[in-house]
Structures are given as structure tokens and as C-alpha cells.
Ligand binder design. Structure first.
Ligand SMILES: [Zn+2]
Length: 320
């Protein structure tokens, strides 16, 4: 049985309890046909009253978010010229970790990166059609993505818990106080003022409390700030799960690999393992699509292009 927090939130599952999942020891790649797998996913979704979506990097990638290759060269070529085409300067994810010589250079790149991967990214058509699959259901999204794509596609903020931060927010680098700051307009000013990869010194953001440098509000170390909105989203997630876990609940996992499996993948498996009323639909590519054999008919893992899967599931759910 799922344990509950026994203090002041006696009926609400805590996020920490949810996270205490253990990895499955019995992964199998299901050998049924694609059509059969889609049909099973459609059945699970149709018969569910509650849907908990879990979205990882694979969802943004499938929706068209391009992080490397030609796309990176087109948008970040100026930084490749400055820093060289080293392993950092080949995709947006790696570029963020470059050991910048100073804050002017750091924010020169990061302002551009945050806008490109966040506020200015628009890969919502797939997110929108995905949301169409769950019309009429009680829906909540747990996401490790920082790009706000589901919000742009129309999912209310109240139904979203993005655990790893946001490309729109900055925080004290030391995490000295539990607040984040909306920085999109500031990023646009930096982007316009950048010369040779650097922003003017007077634009470098400083912590209003301790005066130290600022950082993106992304979970890269243990100084990550969980602000009031983060805790409110965590609470809403707990309320949703507490209500849903004993009902007809389907967990729909989208592109969650083994990079951060402890937030969505393992806890989803644990939930399904401990509740016979819960089923699991896992969409991924390659090994990521494996599901625990012990879940039997209650789990389906589909190893195929996610955009195609979602289109096929949508027509199945609508009875086309
Ligand atoms: Zn500070």
C-alpha cells in the first residue's frame, strides 16, 4: 500500500513518497504488433477516468524541438566561432555547460539559449493533439521539461508540475532565498545588446538579497530553488494522485528515458505495481520502451515514432 504523509497533510500523498520507486528488474520489449499495442493503449485510455501524463525530453524532441546539428549551427553559429566547435558547442543542452570565462559571456549565451529553448520555442501542435486524446478525463501532467510547451498548447498551469525548473526563470546561484524571477524580457534585452558573445556588464543579473551571481532556475545542482509556485504545483500533484490512485487511472509516459528515471519512470512503475486499478502506457524509442513484465496486461510499451503513436491513439480514442 502506498504510504501517506502522516503529519499536517494527512490525506495528501507527498511528492517524496511518490518518488521512492525502485527500478523494474523484469523489463521486456513487447513483441506484439504495433497495431495491437495501439489498440491496447486506446482501451486503457478509454476506460480510464483519470490520466497522469509524464513527459520527458523525448516528448519535446518528438514534437520538433531541435537541440543540435544544423539547427544549432544556424542559431548558435556565432558562439561556435567564438568558442570553437568543441563538444560543448554542438547542441543547446551541452552549450549551457560551457565553462564561460565571465558572467557577461555566460549570459550572452544563456539569454539566447533560454529564449530559443523556452519562450520562443513553438512545437505545440503535437502537444495539442495529445491533449485532445484525453478530452473529458481528469488530467494532470508531471514533467521534467522546462520549455512550457504544454501550457502553450492550452493545459492549465494548475494541472502541471514541472519539477526541474523553467527556461523563463532565474534565481540566486547560491539559492540563498526561495524566490525565482521571471526573466524573459531581460533575456530579450541581453539578446539585443550582445556583442562578440558578451552582454554589457551592467546587464549582468545579481542576487537582490546577497549580491552574488544569478543562475537559470534549472535543476543542475543542489542549489536549485523550489519557489512558492513549485511547492504549490507539488501540492496539487499530491492532491490529484491521492484522489486518482484508487480510481481508474492510466499513466501515460512520453519520452522518459534513463537520464532522469527517478522522477517519472520508476515511480510510475511502482504505482502500477502496487495498484491493480492503474495501467501504464509507455511511448518511447528503442530500449526506453521496455516495460516490466510483471505488470502483464496492465502495461504497454510502444517503440515507435511518438508523433505517429499519438496520431494513431487519437483516432482510436475518437473511434475514427
Ligand atoms: Zn543570493
Amino acid at each position: 500500500m502506498f504510504s501517506r504523509n502522516s503529519t499536517n497533510k494527512s490525506t495528501i500523498i507527498s511528492f517524496e513518497t511518490f518518488l521512492s520507486g525502485t527500478p523494474a528488474q523484469d523489463y521486456v520489449m513487447q513483441d506484439t504488433s504495433y497495431e495491437e499495442q495501439i489498440a491496447r493503449a486506446v482501451n486503457m485510455i478509454r476506460s480510464a477516468d483519470y490520466v497522469l501524463l509524464g513527459a520527458g525530453a523525448g516528448m519535446s524532441a518528438a514534437a520538433g524541438a531541435q537541440y543540435g546539428g544544423k539547427y544549432f549551427e544556424e542559431h548558435f553559429g556565432e558562439f561556435q566561432n567564438i568558442y570553437g566547435k568543441n563538444p560543448y558547442m554542438r547542441d543547446m543542452y551541452s552549450a549551457g555547460f560551457y565553462p564561460f570565462p565571465d558572467q557577461e559571456s555566460k549570459w550572452g549565451l544563456w539569454s539566447k539559449l533560454a529564449l530559443t529553448a523556452g519562450a520562443d520555442l513553438d512545437v505545440t501542435p503535437l502537444h495539442r493533439s495529445l491533449l485532445g486524446v484525453f478530452e473529458g478525463k481528469r488530467l494532470f501532467l508531471l514533467s521534467t521539461n522546462a520549455d512550457h510547451q504544454f501550457e502553450k498548447a492550452g493545459l492549465p498551469t494548475e494541472q502541471i508540475f514541472a519539477t526541474q525548473g523553467s527556461y523563463n526563470l532565474i534565481q540566486c546561484k547560491r539559492g540563498c532565498h526561495p524566490k525565482t524571477y521571471y526573466a524573459v524580457e531581460r533575456f530579450r534585452e541581453m539578446d539585443a545588446a550582445r556583442r562578440n558573445g558578451r552582454i554589457p556588464s551592467d546587464m549582468v543579473p545579481k542576487c537582490p538579497v546577497c549580491g552574488s551571481d544569478m543562475a537559470m532556475n534549472l535543476r543542475v545542482d543542489d542549489h536549485f530553488v523550489e519557489d512558492a509556485a513549485w511547492h504549490e504545483a507539488e501540492r496539487r500533484f499530491g492532491v490529484f494522485l491521492s484522489e486518482a490512485q484508487d480510481k481508474k487511472l492510466v499513466l501515460v509516459e512520453l519520452g522518459v528515458g534513463f537520464n532522469t528515471p527517478t522522477i517519472i519512470r520508476f515511480p510510475f512503475e511502482k504505482l502500477a505495481r502496487e495498484h491493480e486499478n492503474i495501467s501504464l502506457v509507455r511511448l518511447n524509442i528503442g530500449d526506453g520502451a521496455a516495460v516490466p513484465a510483471s505488470l502483464g496486461e496492465r502495461a504497454v510499451g510502444i517503440d515507435a515514432d511518438m508523433a505517429k503513436c499519438i496520431a494513431d491513439i487519437l483516432s482510436g480514442v475518437r473511434g475514427d
